[in-house]
Design a protein around this ligand. Structure first.
Ligand SMILES: Nc1ncnc2c1ncn2[C@@H]1O[C@H](COP(=O)(O)OP(=O)(O)OP(=O)(O)O)[C@@H](O)[C@H]1O
Ligand SMILES: [Mg+2]
Length: 179
């Protein structure tokens, strides 16, 4: 089975694109649901009101769970999905001002929003995925409809084009404006 991590900073559009992929008949599993159902160890970080996951345990338990599954291709969706064993990762990206606006609309506090904007500018998820996964692609969701972003995700996975390999998206020039 080909496992594709659909990952990216919170707010980049993983859930929206996952729903669209399911609508088109693709198999999608939410990594957060697996973390719960497989009882992967987590701890709560009060500073960011977020939970931290034991990524070694995540990998072992999720890999074990997936080994019994049958679809030819499975999308594993969520910002921790690239810690499972995947041959391919699609890292969703979003321009920092747009990301800030998306997260603000959720009612998140400014500290939590800025932590995620910083992570997006610094390519944190891209680096984590590239350290672990052979074929990594980036899809910029800024200013795109979910349907069009989904088309590009499927292009990345299907055609593996050089044009979607890492290196073209660079928001580091914005770091001084933000921090
Ligand atoms: N092209 C796009 N693709 C996906 N989502 C988009 C796009 N354009 C705008 N959005 C919007 O971005 C917001 C965040 O999307 P979503 O909730 O899917 O993010 P997420 O990556 O799943 O975040 P989290 O990691 O917190 O679950 C939503 O309001 C969604 O409608
Ligand atoms: Mg989501």
């Amino acid at each position: 089975m080909r496992v594709v991590a659909l990952t990216g900073t919170p707010g980049t559009g993983k859930s929206g694109i996952s729903a669209e992929l399911e609508k088109r008949g693709y198999a999608v599993l939410e990594i957060a649901a697996l973390i719960d159902s497989l009882h992967v160890r987590t701890s709560f970080n009060p500073e960011y009101s977020s939970r931290e996951v034991d990524t070694d345990e995540l990998r072992t338990k999720v890999d074990g769970h997936l080994s019994s599954m049958k679809p030819a291709m499975l999308f594993l969706s969520g910002h921790l999905s690239h810690f499972a064993t995947c041959g391919t990762a699609v890292v969703l990206r979003c321009e920092p001002h747009t990301l800030h606006e998306r997260l603000r609309r959720r009612g998140w506090n400014e500290a939590k929003i800025l932590e995620n904007v910083r992570a997006e500018i610094l390519d944190v998820i891209l680096v984590e995925a590239s350290e672990r996964i052979k074929d990594v692609f980036e899809v910029d969701t800024t200013g795109r409809e979910v349907t069009s972003a989904t088309d590009i995700v499927l292009d990345a996975v299907g055609k593996m084009p050089d044009s979607l390999r890492p290196g073209r998206i660079n928001w580091t020039g914005e770091i001084e404006e933000w921090f």
